[in-house]
Design a protein around this ligand. Structure first.
Ligand code: ADP
Ligand code: MG
Length: 236
């Protein structure tokens, strides 16, 4: 269970989060959507303790996250921008992350095969294409067994085959009863995967609910138009 109350975050004069209230008290896939710069990554980083809010509170399993670093072990996180050390090989990086986490991890050879990373294991990260780097990023995230998974733009750079694999991987984790929080620009992917949509606009949660209820509320025939409808609510 994740409880967020009155969360504020500013960067200098820019007020990004203006009092977010959000509770996630069931299992499933929750997609955070919103225009570019609406604070999706900032909200995610606040949950992870990587960004310190100016005000408000976040609790995971009833424990405030502030100064309680232990909770972080319960979350597997895929960053939007992964700054891998370019001189390491894929294999070395996987081993390093396993050592850092101090968890044995799953049988990662299955995950490596599934993502088609076998031919790249001996290659340096600096020499990989964007899509392959993203597959490495995914491999590192899905290698562990935490009750929460947070995926910041997991679909970036993936070709359709890799998207299908990602879809199956998320679906399997959902079936295990995990809480998965994600963002993505691919609306068909979001619609297919999500149990609930959380739409951020101007620093607040503007909509929260299923894709069906969003379509009803906006009176739009399909999901992508419903999201486009919400985007027009923005003051520009
Ligand atoms: P999103 O993920 O929804 O695209 P972000 O949370 O990354 O949005 O960013 C929200 C806003 O906050 C943007 O205008 C961004 O430029 C700004 N921002 C994010 N991180 C920082 C930072 N560390 N310093 C200054 N501004 C930041
Ligand atoms: Mg972002």
């Amino acid at each position: 269970m994740i409880e967020i109350k009155g969360l504020h975050k500013s960067f200098g004069k820019l007020e990004v989060l203006k009092g977010i209230d959000l509770t996630i008290d069931r299992k499933g896939v929750f997609s955070i959507l919103g225009p570019n710069g609406s604070g999706k990554t900032t909200l995610i980083k606040c949950i992870l303790g990587m960004v310190l809010p100016n005000a408000g509170e976040i609790r995971i399993h009833g424990e405030p996250v502030r100064k309680h670093w232990k909770y972080r072990e319960k979350i597997d996180y895929l960053p939007q921008i992964a700054n891998f050390p370019g001189n390491l090989t894929v294999k070395e990086l996987i081993r390093m992350i396993k050592d850092l986490r101090g968890q044995p991890g799953l049988d990662d050879s299955r995950l490596i095969d599934r993502l088609g990373l076998q031919p790249f294991l001996g290659k340096k990260l600096a020499h990989l294409s964007g899509g392959t780097r993203q597959k490495v990023n995914l491999c590192l995230t899905f290698m562990f067994e935490s009750p929460y998974i947070i995926l910041d733009e997991p679909t970036t750079g993936l070709d359709p085959t890799a998207l299908i694999i990602l879809n199956e991987m998320i679906e399997e984790e959902r079936r295990k009863g995990k809480v998965i929080i994600m963002t993505s620009h691919i609306m068909s992917f979001v619609e297919e995967m999500s149990d609930e949509i959380i739409f951020l606009l101007e620093g607040n949660v503007y909509f929260r609910g299923t894709s069906e209820s969003l379509k009803e509320q906006t009176k739009e025939p399909d999901f992508i138009h419903a999201i486009a409808n919400l985007l027009t609510k923005q003051n520009v």
